[in-house]
Design a protein around this ligand. Structure first.
Ligand SMILES: C[S@@+](CC[C@H](N)C(=O)[O-])C[C@H]1O[C@@H](n2cnc3c(N)ncnc32)[C@H](O)[C@@H]1O
Length: 242
């Protein structure tokens, strides 16, 4: 009974999140670069560097969106195959155009699928990565378990997610930027009323640091770690499927 209820809540959240990302897809990249002041590129590079050190041949990019992370990895490693999945078809459509324009279509494939129900057999991928996606999953616990299932034993998951700085003066600056500047600019550029108030709200609701590490451990990952980036505006997590 409880499970049925939480699943239906998850489905409602899932449908709303999917619709929201489909609506903002054409402007997502532009807004990402304006609103993050391009700092997200530095964080993405850190993730890619750590992932490349694992020497994977096949990587899963969950909640790939417009495929920025897949493309960054594809450009930096000529012999890695990447599969990107996402629930929002319009985000994937933008991603497919970018992948094609960069000449990466032979190595990067994008498919519509949810993290909670990944359409690949057990032990398919050497590594997995999620950037700014896990907080949007309808059921992060199920999503993490599914990711673990499709990883080969020894395979590593990297998660990049927003977090909230806890120290002065970054804490105050962050709150002002995330709650005032970002929703205003986001609304003006995307024309979407909720998307950029959803962002700070979803970040504050989502478990971070030790709480998210616990969630990874509960999903079966081992050797989990969390490294704060840029005074804690983002955190890079890692965990292995042994
Ligand atoms: C903020 S975007 C991040 C996109 C991309 N990873 C990036 O770094 O720019 C979040 C993405 O998560 C996707 N998403 C949300 N819930 C999902 C789920 N349950 N499974 C797969 N993708 C999901 C959304 O459709 C959206 O494209």
């Amino acid at each position: 009974m409880t499970d049925t209820n939480s699943n239906s809540t998850a489905n409602v959240k899932g449908a709303t999140v999917e619709a929201m990302f489909n609506e903002i897809a054409p402007r997502y990249d532009l807004l990402n670069h304006i609103l993050s002041l391009n700092i997200d590129r530095i964080w993405r590079k850190k993730l890619i560097k750590k992932l490349k050190a694992e020497n994977p041949s096949h990587v899963l990019d969950i909640a790939t969106g417009t495929a920025d992370l897949s493309i960054m990895l594809g450009k930096r490693s000529k012999d890695i195959r990447i599969t990107g999945i996402d629930v929002a078809e319009q985000m994937l459509a933008v991603g497919r155009r970018k992948v094609y324009n960069k000449g990466l279509s032979d190595r990067i494939q994008l498919k519509r699928a949810a993290a909670e129900d990944i359409p690949y057999p057990d032990a398919t991928f050497d590594c997995a990565m999620v950037a700014f996606g896990v907080r949007n999953f309808s059921r992060p616990d199920l999503g993490l378990r599914e990711i673990r299932r499709v990883l080969k034993p020894g395979g590593k998951l990297f998660v990049l997610e927003f977090s909230t700085p806890s120290k002065f003066p970054m804490k105050g600056l962050y709150r002002f930027y995330f709650h005032s500047v970002l929703p205003f600019v986001g609304r003006m550029v995307s024309g979407h009323k909720q998307a950029y108030t959803y962002l700070p709200e979803s970040v504050e609701r989502f478990p971070e640091g030790a709480d998210f590490v616990k969630m990874m451990r509960d999903a079966g990952f081992e050797g989990c770690s969390a490294k704060k980036l840029s005074f804690g505006i983002a955190t890079l997590y890692g965990g292995r499927h042994y």
